[in-house]
Design a protein around this ligand. Structure first.
Ligand code: GLY
Length: 432
């Protein structure tokens, strides 16, 4: 199943279960000062969960554009290094606003996964919140999941919150064994967390509103909020080991191969020494390009422009980080605007805002890339000279990181990212 088919299959399944199909809200939240960017499908429904808004429907389904790059949910540092992390991704979700609760959420999820997506039950695992006896019983009774395949986990894994405040509740996640030796599956193997068990769907049983002082107030009515990573499910259904190998992300990697002449190896998802392994560093760079081009194209389409603070600075950091990784691939000229064009071609069918903003995206990204070209090489040369002067494993002095920031336009996280190639960190205190 291609990514586009998967997106439609999910929305159609929930439409057939009485859900209103609602468009994604923009990446820039409309009425929520607690949030820099949309980071989950439930964001646009926050007031419905809180009982502060009423709509004509009590069930909805969406494919939401998400950006996890700030606040409680921030995956930037893992992008490119792991097989799964992204800044931008699409989250499929179904929602009940005081309508159905745990039983139907579990029944729907199991039906979709086992009959529409046809995932074999003997590779599926379920986690529940450690105090949620009811959820465990429902998985056994309604879905027929074997008790030995249900694992209880604590708050860090199985209690979901949108941010420090707002709707939250215990959750239950579905995992798929992607390893090559199904007969070795075990609870111990699951808990070892070696990458063989992939979490792909989170069912949140929304029950509370968390206030700034941490108090949990029950919501007017128990509700449901689920989130399935489209890219993860695509990789499972396409038999790929990584999201980056699915048809949703691979086209920009192919473009990078074409432009650079280097081949993408792909198999290298175990973090390695970037210095000792240039092929691995190039794989990381291609994955960063695939990720950051999507985030960049969607941010510009949703009205964000590179700038020196707030959302604009996030966009600037993404474009500059991608440009720095481009140097690893030998790109001395702007390339991200071309990668954004590939994103528009691949995703503009579902997201008309991308196609409508095609020219703006090209102009904005190219201008930002050009601006940074002038200082990127001299900054990288300075960084390399300064690292050579350091004692083994000493961090880069804060003053040098500040000079790079102030004079060469290197955001701190770009300097830190570049330093990974030298196995060094930054003296944060000095920088501050
Ligand atoms: N709101 C559910 C999730 O983000 O996992």
């Amino acid at each position: 199943m291609q990514g586009t088919e998967l997106r439609s299959a999910y929305l159609e399944f929930f439409r057939s279960k009485g859900h209103q199909v609602v468009s994604s809200s923009p990446l820039v939240p409309q009425n929520d000062p607690t949030l820099l960017f949309s980071n989950a499908g439930m964001n646009q429904f926050k007031d419905l969960f809180l009982g502060a808004e009423k709509r004509s429907y009590s069930r909805a389904t969406t494919c939401q554009k998400c950006l996890r790059i700030s606040g409680k949910h921030n995956d930037l540092e893992n992008v490119g290094v792991t097989a799964r992390h992204h800044t931008f991704f699409e989250m499929l979700g179904n929602f009940s606003f005081g309508d159905y609760f745990k039983a139907d959420a579990i029944t729907f999820a199991w039906e979709l996964v086992t009959t529409v997506f046809k995932l074999p039950e003997d590779r599926l695992w379920v986690t529940v919140y450690e105090k949620d006896d009811e959820a465990e019983e429902l998985w056994v009774k309604l879905a027929g999941v074997k008790r030995e395949r249900i694992i209880r986990l604590g708050e860090a894994d199985n209690f979901w919150a949108m941010g420090d405040t707002g709707p939250c509740g215990p959750c239950s996640e579905i995992h798929y064994y992607i390893g090559n030796e199904p007969h070795t599956q075990s609870k111990e193997g699951f808990l070892r967390d070696d990458g063989s068990y992939l979490e792909f769907w989170n069912l949140v049983f929304m029950q509370y509103d968390r206030s700034p002082d941490g108090t949990l107030t029950p919501l007017p009515k128990p509700s449901v909020d689920t989130g399935m990573g489209l890219e993860r499910m695509a990789s499972i259904l396409q038999g790929k080991k990584a999201n980056y190998d699915s048809d949703l992300l691979r086209p920009v990697i192919s473009l990078c191969e074409e432009l650079s002449g280097f081949r993408y190896d792909g198999g290298s998802y175990v973090p390695r020494d970037l210095r000792a392994d240039p092929a691995y560093a190039r794989d990381v760079a291609m994955r960063v390009a695939a990720d950051h081009s999507r985030a960049t194209a969607f941010l510009v389409a949703d009205g964000v422009r590179p700038g020196s603070d707030g959302r604009g600075y996030v966009l600037r950091r993404l474009i500059r980080r991608a440009a720095r990784h481009g140097r690893v691939l030998g790109f001395t000229e702007p390339f991200l605007y071309e990668a954004c064009d590939t994103v528009i071609r691949e995703m503009g069918g579902h997201y008309g805002e991308l196609t409508a903003a095609r020219e703006t995206i090209e102009k904005v990204v190219l201008a930002e890339e050009r601006k940074f070209q002038e200082t990127l090489d001299s900054g990288l040369a300075l960084l390399s000279r300064e690292v050579e002067k350091l004692a083994p494993s000493a961090p880069l002095p804060g003053a040098v990181a500040f000079l790079l920031h102030d004079t060469y336009g290197f955001p701190l996280d770009l300097t830190e990212d570049a330093l990974k190639g030298y196995g060094r960190a930054v003296d944060h205190e000095g920088f501050r």
